[in-house]
Structures are given as C-alpha cells and as structure tokens.
Design a protein around this ligand. Structure first.
Ligand code: HPA
Length: 271
C-alpha cells in the first residue's frame, strides 16, 4: 500500500513532470502574496494531496505552488496545519516529508508571532535562531529507529542565517534575531506566561513552526525561519490580541519578509 507521501509525490509528478524543487517553503499568515511572485506557477490544491492540511484558519489558501523564484525551483505551501487544530503535533508530517521526497534540501518556514521584546514591535521581522518547544510535544512521537533522536543543536542552519543577515543588510531591511517559543494556542498567552517566556530567553512567541522544523531536521533538510511580528505579546501593550489584528499586521510587514525570501532564493546555491 502506498503511503500518503508517495501518493502526494505522485500527484505532484503528474501535474509537474520532471519538476525538482530545491527549496520547500511554508508561508504563514499574511504571506500569501509571496506566492504571486512565483514564476511559471503550478498550483495544486491540498484537497488533491493526501495527508496535506484541510482548509482551516482564515488567511490560508490551502495549496502547494510549484515554480521558480530568483532562479531557484521552489515548492511553496500556502497554509499549514497547526497543532491547535487537532491537538496532534505531527499534522505537518506528510507535507514536510513529501517536500523532502520531491527533492527539497532546505525548508524555509515563516509565521506570524508576538514579540516579547519591547524594541521589536508590530511590523518588525525576526529571524529565528533557536526555539523552545514549550508545548512539550514532538511531531516525532511514535517514530521508530535511532534517527528519531534528532540533534537540534543547530536546528536553524548557520549558513542560511548568514545568508539572510547579508540580504537584510544589502536591502536595508531591519531584521531582529532571537528564540521562538512555541505555545499550543489557539488561545493567546497570559501576561504571566509572557513574563516567563522572557525569563526563559524567548524573543517571540507563536503557535506554529516548531513541528515543521523538527520534521525537516529529522529527514536532514536544512532550515531557515522568519517571523513577522504582528503584536507585542500579552501584557506588553493595551492593544487587544486577536486573529484579525494578526492578519492586518502580518500583511503590513509582509513586504520586508518578501524581500528577504526573494534575496535568499536569488542567492541560493551560492553558499
Ligand atoms: N502569541 C501567539 N501567537 C501569535 C501571537 C501571539 O502574541 N501573535 C501572532 N501569533
């Protein structure tokens, strides 16, 4: 019996014969427009890809777009499944493994996040350099074999981090850096939880990304990750936290992330 990974890879091979992406991407809230910059796009609805997310959170198109950006072949996921949708941390297992299966060596993950650092307010961009899986969950629960004991000491690829720093500098994009702390959602955090996250060394908090990163590292993909800061985290400002605010602010900051992603893909393979 074929696995969902094989079935999805077969659908992709039928729709885009011979296409071999180098970079897989997961676009978070507000970054949908990046997909419009893909050249010669072939879009495949998640509904046609076994094991891919069901349409869920508003702001996610729910499709895989194949094509090229900056001369690099990419497979771009417009929309992800979150842990909070099912309480299962392995929701992105089939998509990430399918991207790997069709050739992606790198996974670029983006998200919307709250900032725990006063100076990095709404509209800022943060490159994730490390994470804290505060949910205590792993997408690898139930896996077998010694390779499930994944080394995450350099989960966010050092060379990709350097590339993104160089691109930010060259394009005069201000890019913060820091540790992303994964909370379960879908509720936002409490002010006490945010004070805790600050003490623990987090610069941003959010409800996604970490499962995909662990899954990607498990299959040996290199990872780069960017957060769009949509708000100061709970207790840090008087603005009421809401998904609507996340969407509005993410769209506003999306341009800087788009510049970074495009630059990254233009330079991909040069180091
Ligand atoms: N917390 C968790 N997830 C988020 C936030 C936040 O403050 N903002 C956007 N996504």
């Amino acid at each position: 019996m074929s696995t969902d990974i094989e079935l999805s890879a077969n659908v992709i091979a039928e729709r885009a014969p011979g296409f071999k992406p180098a970079v897989g991407m997961v676009l978070g809230s507000g970054l949908g427009p990046f997909a419009e910059t893909i050249q010669d796009p072939i879009a495949i609805s998640y509904a046609d890809l076994p094991g891919f997310p069901k349409p869920g959170v508003a702001g996610h198109a729910g499709q895989l777009v194949l094509g090229a950006v900056g001369g690099t072949a990419v497979a771009v996921m417009q929309g992800r499944e979150h842990f909070y949708e099912t309480g299962k941390a392995d929701a992105m297992k089939t998509p990430v493994r399918t991207l790997h299966d069709i050739g992606c060596e790198t996974l670029v993950v983006t998200n919307a996040a709250g900032s725990t650092v006063e100076a990095a307010g709404p509209g800022s961009v943060m490159m994730i350099t490390d994470h804290i899986a505060f949910t205590g969950q792993s997408p690898l629960f139930g896996e077998e074999g010694n390779d499930r004991f994944v080394d995450l000491s350099q989960a966010y690829d050092p060379a990709h981090q350097t590339a993104l720093r160089d691109i930010a500098k060259a394009n005069e994009v201000s890019m913060a850096e820091g540790t992303y702390m994964w909370f379960c959602g879908p509720h936002f955090e409490t002010p006490a939880e945010i004070r805790m996250s600050q003490i623990m060394g987090a610069s941003a908090v959010g409800m996604s990304t970490v499962p995909e990163v662990i899954l990607a590292r498990h299959v040996g993909m290199r990872v780069a990750a960017l957060s769009i800061i949509t708000n100061l985290a709970a207790g840090m400002s008087d603005v009421k936290l809401s998904h609507e605010q996340t969407m509005t602010m993410a769209a506003k900051a999306a341009n800087d992330v788009q510049v970074l992603l495009t630059g990254f893909l233009e330079n991909y393979g040069n180091g």
